[in-house]
Design a protein around this ligand. Structure first.
Ligand SMILES: Nc1ncnc2c1ncn2[C@@H]1O[C@H](COP(=O)(O)OP(=O)(O)OP(=O)(O)O)[C@@H](O)[C@H]1O
Length: 278
């Protein structure tokens, strides 16, 4: 089902992007607390004074037009953005009340807790088993029985065990794109993260694989806190509990998903979700 944005009147569009859920505002506890975050690539400022808490065990979607800073924000949360040498930041990001830029917080420890799944499935050119066992091995787990257990559990949690249990020794490159993406999710789960960041995880997938990943996200939020960047507003409405709308590097609105789509508070959010721009 494709939204023909810009072709409908506001009211119709707002009711079209329906989440089939009743708004259940909760008092969230937060895994991340982001305060006054500014980020520059050289002299170009990509994020402006972002203040945003990421709720625990819920799905937070980030939407907004191309270039508005969604991926930059996501990669700031696990300090991946620092891999680009010209990046400078100010403000603070706290993960479970610890400042992630505090010298005492090792980046490896942060990334073990905050896993990431990318737009394009990126398995290693290794067997399914070795892909999933990779992280635990890096963390020093050598016992075969324990690795077997972790691989099975991670593939089960990624809803792909039944499909792959007899193909564990096959190269992951030989799998379909949708299977590769779920193996990548299993790889992220194998190190027992707390938060999973997903950067447009279904944009390279066919509709059936997309549906499987969306269903999986619903399961995963029982155990993990999830932040997902998506270009697809229908997807944000379907799978997220809270939605943040970014524009030109600013956080314009952050609300319960039903609220944001049905009753946006900011004119710019309304313009975007009704297809007037973007
Ligand atoms: N490595 C980089 N070097 C310099 N500028 C960058 C870099 N990566 C992103 N930017 C700039 O930062 C801004 C935000 O980019 P970002 O990729 O975060 O946006 P986005 O909302 O995720 O976009 P899209 O939806 O197209 O993926 C853009 O102006 C972009 O050109």
């Amino acid at each position: 089902m494709t939204l023909k944005l810009g072709e409908r009147k506001d009211k119709e569009v707002k009711s079209t992007i329906s989440t089939n859920r009743k708004a259940e505002p909760k008092q969230d506890s937060h895994v991340f607390e982001v305060s006054d975050l500014n980020l520059w690539y050289g002299s170009d400022q990509a994020l402006h004074k972002i203040n945003m808490g990421i709720p625990e065990k819920r799905v937070t979607a980030i939407i907004g037009p191309s270039g508005c800073g969604k991926s930059t924000y996501l990669k700031a949360l696990n300090r991946m953005v620092e891999m680009i040498p010209v990046v400078k930041t100010s403000g603070s990001i706290k993960y479970r009340e610890k400042d992630i830029y505090d010298g005492k917080f090792l980046v490896e420890d942060l990334r073990a807790k905050v896993g990431m799944v990318f737009q394009k499935p990126n398995p290693f050119p290794k067997s399914v088993y070795d892909n999933v066992a990779y992280g635990p091995r890096v963390h020093g787990i050598k016992k075969k029985a324990l690795l077997d257990e972790i691989v099975e559990k991670s593939l089960k949690d990624a809803a792909i065990w039944d499909e792959l249990k007899d193909r564990l020794n096959e190269n992951a490159y030989g799998l379909s794109g949708g299977q590769q993406q779920r193996v990548c999710i299993a790889r992220a789960l194998a190190v027992e993260p707390d938060v999973i960041l997903m950067d447009e995880p279904t944009s390279a997938l066919d509709p059936i694989s997309t549906l499987k990943v969306e269903e999986l996200v619903q399961e995963l939020k029982k155990k993990y806190s999830i932040v997902i960047v998506t270009h697809n507003m229908q997807q944000a409405a379907r799978i997220s509990d809270k939605t943040a709308f970014f524009l030109n590097g600013e956080l314009i609105e952050f609300a319960e998903t039903d609220e944001l789509f049905q009753n946006p508070k900011d004119r710019r959010t309304e313009d975007y979700i009704t297809g007037r721009f973007g």
